[in-house]
Design a protein around this ligand. Structure first.
Ligand code: SF4
Ligand code: SF4
Length: 114
């Protein structure tokens, strides 16, 4: 098919109705500090894994809260649980526990069903 140099791009809007926030809910119930994250990025700036890869805890927090879980499922395994991010978080988020709970939740809900 002739494209005339153009292509239809996938929409970039966030469809909250299509996303499922059950992983974020699982974490929030057990670690309430997850809710007070302001997505400042201090954790990502100091992250040991982030120094060598594109891993970003800030990004994972945002995706979990949006319910875009599938992109987090594999990425969250890269965290080494070193705890540096917990030391620098200005909101006192227990980031290591957030990561641990997220991993637990992904095991508990293998298929990302609602
Ligand atoms: S440092 Fe704390 S408040 Fe900032 S993005 Fe990370 S978890 Fe959220
Ligand atoms: S605990 Fe994980 S997210 Fe936090 S600094 Fe260490 S590797 Fe990065």
């Amino acid at each position: 098919m002739e494209r005339f140099g153009f292509a239809i791009s996938k929409g970039r809007q966030i469809d909250y109705d299509a996303n499922s926030r059950h992983i974020a809910g699982y974490i929030s119930e057990r670690e309430p500090s997850f809710r007070v994250c302001i997505e400042c990025g201090c954790c990502a700036a100091t992250c040991t894994t982030g120094n060598f890869t594109s891993f970003s805890l800030r990004e994972l927090h945002i995706l979990l809260k949006r319910g875009e879980n599938e992109s987090v499922r594999e990425n969250i395994k890269k965290c080494m649980l070193c705890g540096k991010c917990t030391l620098v978080c200005p909101r006192g988020v227990n980031t290591r526990n957030v990561v641990t709970l997220a991993r637990q939740a992904f095991q508990k809900f293998p298929a990302d069903a609602v």
